[in-house]
Design a protein around this ligand. Structure first.
Ligand SMILES: [Zn+2]
Length: 128
């Protein structure tokens, strides 16, 4: 029984004679073409983030991916402003409601500079 299992495993592994015991990650061939017209392929893991450019092994030029992967344009993504971040949390309608609420509190003397607080004014009068 044990012998048959071993023989089976050996037969199955025959075609990978030189790679016995080594598990290879799935690979892919990525093609590039440089400005001089040299075409070359690079073997990469299928999990690799395929670069849009690769240095040409013949002339050192910038080989561009022939599968149409575009180089990243870095300046394209503008930095998020405080306003952008605020809008991710609240809609403009919500912000308007909050503003109205705060303005009302300010007018009522509930918030704002301390000397404008109604509460303080009352206290001042009371102590005077
Ligand atoms: Zn080249």
């Amino acid at each position: 029984m044990a012998e048959r299992t071993l023989r089976g495993a050996r037969l199955g592994g025959q075609s990978f004679e030189d790679e016995r015991g080594i598990e290879f990650a799935a690979r892919q061939q990525v093609g590039y073409r440089c400005p001089q017209g040299h075409e070359f392929e690079i073997t990469m893991s299928v999990e690799a983030d395929v670069p849009a450019v690769w240095e040409c092994p013949r002339c050192g030029g910038e080989g561009l991916s022939v599968s149409g992967i575009q180089p990243e344009v870095k300046a394209e993504k503008p930095a998020r402003t405080h306003w952008d971040m605020l809008l991710e949390r609240r809609s403009e309608k919500e912000l308007e409601d909050i503003l109205k609420e705060r303005l009302q509190l300010l007018r009522d003397g509930e918030i704002g500079p301390a000397h404008l607080h109604r509460v303080n004014q009352k206290k001042r009068k009371a102590t005077a």
